[in-house]
Design a protein. Structure first.
Length: 158
């Protein structure tokens, strides 16, 4: 079984309110991470049509702050599927009040594992990249996976 990348596409927007802000008046980073994890998980669930758990979040670097009254949009899609796991790419953008163009806030790569009804890892469908951009992300996902596995091995973790 296989699914297109497009079938995993997920998008969610949040209106940033005072309760979402840290002491400096910017979106609290932990709240953004939570939303990224949720949108990424929905993308992974769409791919496996079942239960997934987050294994890792990589390369999450906050590039721009998100301010009160902004609209934050988070987009996710499965980049590549492996035997039991998949990488989901997530991008967050903010549109500040009065702005005409969204600003890139961060990109993250999440790894999810699909679980069967007994809570054990299960085989998952392959994902088929169709566009040039999807093919690029598909190829880069393998590079990131190999780096994660090599790093874990070098640090003595399994």
């Amino acid at each position: 079984m296989e699914h297109s990348v497009a079938s995993t596409y997920t998008e969610s927007s949040e209106f940033i309110l005072p309760g979402d802000l840290n002491g400096l008046g910017y979106l609290f980073g932990g709240k953004l991470v939570s939303w990224i994890d949720k949108v990424g998980a929905i993308s992974a669930i769409r791919h496996v049509r079942g239960t997934v758990v987050t294994v890792s979040i990589d390369n999450l670097i906050f590039k721009k702050p998100v301010t009160n009254g902004s609209v934050l949009t988070i987009r996710a899609a499965v980049n590549r599927a492996f035997r039991h796991s998949m990488e989901v790419g997530v991008v967050a953008e903010t549109l500040a009040p009065g702005a005409e163009t969204p600003v890139h806030v961060c990109t993250a790569y999440l790894t999810f594992v699909a679980l069967d009804k007994q809570g054990k890892p299960m085989d998952i469908p392959t994902v088929i990249p169709e566009t040039d951009e999807e093919k690029r992300r598909f190829d880069q996902a393998l590079i990131r996976r190999n780096h994660r596995l090599t790093l874990a091995e070098q640090l003595g973790k399994k």
